[in-house]
Design a protein around this ligand. Structure first.
Ligand SMILES: *Cc1c(COP(=O)(O)O)cnc(C)c1O
Length: 776
């Protein structure tokens, strides 16, 4: 009531849901500020080493619900809202998602921030305060349409502006030599301004800061032009500067090579490093030789890899240290996480562009290359500069103390493929740290029925120590427990069904298998395999409509990069198939498809707790880890999946009997791909796949000409081996059908999945980084 009146300036009789939501948020924020400030004081007074996580993406989602949970105030908040006659769900869902990321990489950064606070590790996250996060997706005639996202078009109650923490970021210009020193005279500059969001940990013992940089012009305004009456031109400097933090690049896995992207990467990195050095000097004095003792920097993928040359530049040009020492200090401070082996995702910049935008950095990159050649006595195939391009993977690797992969399989492949030569030169540098997700958001908050059952069965300790879920294993043979587990799942499925009916008009039977594939749309993730299997199944049901079919609801969710034609065509196909199948009276009791638009964190929080089956069907060797797969396992869904990414570890932990495995291994996939005509040969052998492709070509699902190119690609190229894995997948899905029909058996498998999922807490991942990389 205080914040409604004095912060929002509204009396209760006029207050909207928005007013109430802000009042609630400020109330919760007040309670976060105290541990937040205490944590800062503790870190500073004890001169603690800090972790700095640099990421171009933080896919946070909503903040309020998570903060309430971590403060342990869910029951009190419910009571308070009830006493005011307010609807809790309505208030929580009024908050827009902070969608400052594309998918898994950005969500990982958000989970890491939460775990760092829950574990009480002094840390800062550094990112960009994009005015427009990831685009909104809607469907028009089944096709994806992107509209801008505008989460900051209303007050954002969680951030604190720090006008006093502003740094100048230069671009372009010349490098001159003055008294034997190189001096960079940038041709352009902008100001990076800090916006801080506290991230509260579990049980509110600690809170760290997510510091996002917003771009400001160095000169706000061209007064001269304004006075001359040219108002648009007067505002130009401001508009230009602000483009740096205007929009998130909506691309998951392709490198675009655009100047604005390079500028954004440097903007984040330079602002973060200047801030880190300022704080170090304030706490520990001018002697930067001790930097690695107090600072551990983690680069989330190569996006901030310009940190290597930038840190050297700051130490050498601005703090007068020699090159060799600057290089050594930088390398003992920086670490790099590799997220992908896909060649199209490995960042490269033309030498021309790098020299144009960051001339001093290009010089330093050549010095790093030269030093590496000399110190390793090695040839050019491991050099940063290659064929007139700067290779950011090599730069990040050579400048890192440790390089890590994100699942056991992925790390092996990092060692044997992308960085094979560098690995031979530096055999101790690559380490594995399998990803994780925070169980506070992904279990306690998003799945109250299951959380209550866990609390009742094994106590509440699992939330902060997910390994305690092991205590559930004995209950896998307890019929009473399994009934309650099924009831909890059913409650989530009913809630989702109601939502799907209201939003999409789809009438889903909560008894059906809820079969869910939600993630970015990408060929390697193989949503195409899933929809082709759906078509083949639909055809089989038509052949024997009186057969003993297990009812299924196929749920898809995900966005395609705006310029990714094949992914967008697959979206169109899924929607076309859904239209035909959902209207088919012969099959509708057995098979339905739902594709709610605009998949984001908040939608994931609803879909995952309601899932029976988790689709993790990427071509083996292509998905670095996946984290969606872990969220599903924790929530009791069984996985149908390939031996890819962290699926391998999920299967080992839950046991092969409790996992639906199909498809080629990574090594087999490589061999298969090398065979000429592999796709055609596989399709000719598979009646089901052939029928599915034929039905599309005949126009059974909308206009076939939309799909000719996709069909052609599938028959003749099929780079992600949909055809080679089709039969194995189809058969595996039928074994899912029969397993699901036996409730007791299914629920037992589900319980064992939950019981084995403790390893996938991001608390475990962060402890790993602390021990093997950060030494904090
Ligand atoms: C977890 C998550 C992802 C990552 O999913 P994968 O299946 O691992 O690709 C992507 N987007 C959102 C919104 C998520 O919550």
């Amino acid at each position: 009531m205080y914040h409604l009146t004095h912060t929002q300036g509204r009396g209760p009789e006029f207050a909207t849901v928005f007013d109430w939501r802000l009042a609630v948020s400020y109330t919760i924020r007040d309670l976060i500020v105290t541990p937040w400030m205490a944590g800062h004081r503790t870190s500073r007074d004890n001169k603690l080493k800090r972790v700095y996580y640099l990421s171009m993406e933080f896919l946070i989602g909503r903040i309020l619900g998570d903060a309430i949970i971590n403060l342990g105030l869910d029951h009190q908040m419910d009571e308070a809202l009830e006493s005011l006659g307010l609807n809790r769900t309505q208030i929580l869902e009024d908050e827009p998602d902070a969608a400052l990321g594309n998918g898994g990489l950005g969500r990982l950064a958000a989970c890491f921030m939460e775990s760092l606070s829950s574990l009480g590790v002094p840390a800062f996250g550094y990112g960009i305060r994009y005015e427009h996060g990831l685009f909104r997706q809607r469907f028009a005639a089944g096709q994806q349409v992107e509209t801008p996202e505008d989460w900051l078009n209303q007050p954002h109650p969680w951030e604190f502006v720090r006008v006093d923490y502003s740094y100048t970021i230069g671009f372009k210009g010349e490098v001159e030599t003055v008294d034997g020193h190189s001096v960079w005279l940038p041709g352009e500059s902008v100001v990076a301004r800090a916006y801080d969001t506290p991230v509260i940990g579990w049980q509110a013992n600690w809170a760290n800061t997510l510091r996002l940089w917003g771009a400001q012009p160095t000169n706000l305004f061209d007064l001269h032009r304004f006075n001359a009456g040219d108002y648009a031109a007067a505002a130009e400097p401001e508009a230009l500067a602000r483009t740096l933090s205007r929009v998130l690049y909506p691309d998951d896995t392709t490198d675009q090579g655009k100047e604005l992207r390079l500028k954004q990467e440097y903007f984040l990195t330079s602002a973060a490093l200047q801030d880190i050095i300022r704080r170090f000097v304030a706490e520990h004095g001018e002697d930067l030789a001790h930097l690695p003792d107090k600072v551990a920097i983690q680069l989330n993928d190569t996006h901030p890899a310009i940190a290597g040359p930038e840190l050297i530049r700051l130490l050498m040009d601005e703090h007068d240290l020699p090159f060799a020492q600057s290089l050594d200090l930088a390398r003992r401070t920086l670490n790099y996480t590799n997220h992908t082996l896909l060649p199209e995702a490995l960042e490269r910049w033309s030498i021309w562009l790098m020299g144009h935008v960051l001339p001093r950095h290009l010089q330093i990159i050549r010095m790093i290359d030269e030093d590496h050649r000399k110190s390793t006595g090695r040839p050019a195939n491991v050099s940063i500069i290659d064929h007139d391009e700067v290779r950011m993977g090599e730069l990040a690797f050579i400048m890192a103390g440790k390089v890590n992969g994100v699942s056991a399989l992925h790390t092996d492949l990092v060692r044997s493929t992308v960085f094979a030569d560098l690995h031979k030169l530096h055999p101790d540098r690559i380490v594995n740290l399998t990803n994780g997700v925070t169980p506070r958001r992904w279990l306690r908050m998003s799945n109250p029925p299951l959380a209550r059952l866990l609390d009742k069965t094994i106590g509440t300790g699992w939330t902060g120590d997910l390994d305690l879920l092991k205590g559930l294993a004995p209950y896998a043979d307890d019929g009473g427990f399994l009934d309650e587990l099924r009831a909890a799942k059913r409650q989530n499925k009913v809630a989702l069904s109601n939502g799907l009916l209201a939003d999409l008009g789809i009438n889903a039977d909560p008894e059906a298998i809820f079969d869910v594939q939600v993630k970015r749309m990408h060929e390697y993730k193989r949503q195409l395999l899933n929809i082709l299997e759906t078509i083949a199944l639909w055809h089989r049901i038509h052949e024997s409509p009186n057969g003993d079919w297990t009812p299924r609801l196929k749920i898809f969710g995900g966005k395609a990069a705006p310029g990714y034609w094949t992914a967008k065509t697959i979206i169109h196909l899924i929607n076309d198939v859904a239209k035909t199948i959902n209207d088919d009276p012969v099959t509708s009791q057995f098979l339905k498809i739902a594709y709610p638009p605009n998949y984001n964190v908040s939608m994931a929080e609803k879909l995952i707790p309601a899932a029976d089956l988790s689709e993790q069907i990427s071509t083996a060797g292509k998905e670095a880890s996946g984290t969606g797969n872990m969220k599903f396992t924790m929530n009791g869904a069984l996985t149908i999946g390939t031996l890819d990414g962290a699926n391998v570890e999920i299967r080992e932990l839950v046991g092969p009997d409790n996992f639906f495995l199909f498809g080629l291994t990574a090594a087999e996939a490589e061999t298969e791909k090398a065979k000429p005509g592999h796709a055609r040969a596989a399709i000719e052998k598979s009646d089901d796949m052939k029928i599915a492709l034929q039905l599309i070509a005949e126009g059974r699902f909308g206009r076939p000409e939309h799909y000719y190119a996709l069909l052609d690609r599938t028959w003749n190229d099929d780079p992600f081996l949909v055809a080679s894995d089709f039969d194995s997948y189809y058969r595996c899905q039928r074994s899912v059908d029969s397993a699901y029909a036996d409730h007791g058996h299914w629920d037992r498998m589900s319980a064992l999945n939950i019981a084995s999922s403790g390893f996938f807490s991001s608390d475990r991942t962060i402890r790993g980084y602390m021990e093997t990389i950060w030494h904090v």
